[in-house]
Design a protein around this ligand. Sequence first.
Ligand SMILES: [Zn+2]
Length: 136
Amino acid sequence: MTIQHRSKLFGGRTTAEELHSQSMRAMCPCGAAPRVKARVFVPVLEVLAKCPEFVHAFFVEHPEMIEHGLPVVQFTDGAKWMKVDERVACAKCLPQMERDLAHGAGILCGQKLHAEVQFDRGPGTDPVSVQIPAGL
Ligand SMILES: [Zn+2]
């Protein structure tokens, strides 16, 4: 019986999980390689109505976006949302990041807005597969 270890991509140089971690182009606040990325979206109309200070601060920070407008993402239901936060976490820090987002994901300008948090958890760990020879 032969034990087949995790399959690796690119001729055995990396696993799918490592490739996903590298694609985030960020490090966990603890310094480890990230495993999960969370993006926080809030409705654009709600931001304009309840938090015009945020819009003003955004255009002060990104003056090149004045001619393009706010970076709006249209979800499949047609609603328009704006990404206001993006975080990454390693497996160890993930529970704390989830708790932080559960309590304060949609808070802008001191007001609680409706928020949607999308988690990119990647492919996950590859299961170790065992190859059983024919005839058993
Ligand atoms: Zn961490």
